[in-house]
Design a binder for this molecule. Structure first.
Ligand SMILES: C[S@@+](CC[C@H](N)C(=O)[O-])C[C@H]1O[C@@H](n2cnc3c(N)ncnc32)[C@H](O)[C@@H]1O
Length: 276
C-alpha cells in the first residue's frame, strides 16, 4: 500500500509540475475564482495564521494574505515544486511579506500542533491517497476552535457538455481514473463531505454549493484550457494519431453551443468546513 501511495503521489507531482507554468491560464480563471470564494467561506480574519494545503499557484493564498494583514501569516504547501516555485515568484513580485509557499506533503505536515487558525484546501482532498491521514494532520495543526475549509467538485455535470464524456468514452473505452482513495468516499456529494468531516471529528459542519457559469471566447480558448489542469491526463491517454480527430469533433460540438458572447460552461462546486 505504501508503495502504491508513493507511486500515486509521484504521478500527481509530475502532472502538476508539468502544468505549473500554465495552470489556470487561458480563458476564465476558475481556480482563482473558487479559491477566493473559499477564503470568504472560511471567514478569515485580521491577524490569523492560515495553512493553505495543496495551494497550487495561490488561488486562495493571495486573498488570505490580504485578509490576515501584517499581523497574520499564510503558509501554502504543495507537493509540486513547480507550483511552489511559481507561487513564490509571484509573492516576491508582489512584495508580499506575510506569505510563503513550501514543498510538503499534506499527509505529513512539518508544523507544530495547534498552530493555525485555519486550514484551507481548494480542490486538493481527492488527490490524497489516504485522506484520513491528511485530515488527522489538519486537525493536529489547528488551534482549538480553528477551522478546516475546502472545496470539491459537485457530482453534477453541465448538461450541455455530457457529449464530452461520451466522446472520451468512445476514444478511451478502457480509461478509468484512479485517484487511489477508497472508492466508498464521496467527495462529490454533500452527504459524503458531511460524513467524512464528522468521522474525522470536526464539529459545526457547514456545506454549501455553487453553480457558476464561465464564458470562453471561442472553441480554441475552451480547448486550450483543458491543457492547464488535471484534464491533460485524459488528453494524454488518447493515442497521438487520434487526437486531431478528437479535437475536430470537440470543435464541431462547441460551434453549436457558441452564442454571441461566447461559449458558456457551468461548473458546480461544494464548499465544506468543520471546526476543531
Ligand atoms: C487542482 S490543484 C488546486 C490548487 C489550488 N488549491 C487551487 O485551487 O488553484 C491541486 C493541487 O494539489 C496538489 N497536491 C496533490 N496532492 C498533494 C499532496 N499529497 N500534498 C500537497 N499537495 C498536493 C497538486 O500539486 C496541485 O497543486
Amino acid at each position: 500500500m505504501g508503495d502504491k501511495n508513493t507511486e500515486i503521489k509521484k504521478d500527481i507531482t509530475d502532472l502538476f509540475d508539468r502544468v505549473s507554468s500554465v495552470f489556470d491560464d487561458n480563458g476564465p480563471r476558475f481556480f482563482k475564482y473558487f479559491g477566493e470564494e473559499l477564503v470568504k467561506f472560511a471567514d478569515i480574519k485580521y491577524g490569523e495564521k492560515v495553512l493553505d494545503v495543496a495551494s497550487g499557484k495561490g488561488a486562495s493564498l493571495f486573498l488570505s494574505a490580504k485578509k490576515v494583514g501584517e499581523k497574520g501569516n499564510v503558509i501554502g504547501i504543495d507537493i509540486s515544486k513547480g507550483m511552489v516555485d511559481k507561487t513564490n515568484l509571484e509573492i516576491k513580485h508582489k512584495c508580499i511579506e506575510n506569505a510563503q509557499s513550501i514543498v510538503m506533503d499534506a499527509e505529513n505536515l512539518d508544523f507544530a500542533s495547534e498552530y493555525f487558525n485555519h486550514v484551507l484546501c481548494g480542490f486538493g482532498v481527492f488527490f490524497f491517497p489516504d485522506y484520513k491521514i491528511a485530515f488527522k494532520e489538519f486537525m493536529r495543526v489547528l488551534k482549538h476552535g480553528g477551522k478546516f475549509s475546502f472545496t470539491t467538485f459537485l457530482r453534477k455535470k453541465d448538461e450541455n457538455f455530457i457529449w464530452l464524456d461520451e466522446l472520451v468514452e468512445e476514444y478511451l473505452p478502457e480509461y478509468e481514473e484512479d485517484c487511489g482513495y477508497e472508492e466508498t468516499v464521496e467527495f462529490d456529494t454533500e452527504e459524503g463531505l458531511y460524513k467524512i468531516l464528522k468521522e474525522s471529528n470536526f464539529k459545526n459542519i457547514k456545506i454549501e454549493k455553487e453553480e457558476k457559469i464561465f464564458i470562453y471566447k471561442d472553441e480554441q480558448e475552451w480547448w486550450d484550457k483543458l491543457y492547464t489542469h488535471g484534464y491533460v491526463t485524459i488528453l494524454d491517454a488518447i493515442p497521438l494519431d487520434k487526437i486531431e480527430e478528437f479535437k475536430l469533433k470537440v470543435f464541431e460540438k462547441l460551434k453549436v453551443l457558441k452564442k454571441e458572447n461566447g461559449i458558456e460552461n457551468s461548473m458546480y462546486v461544494l464548499y465544506a468546513k468543520g471546526e476543531k
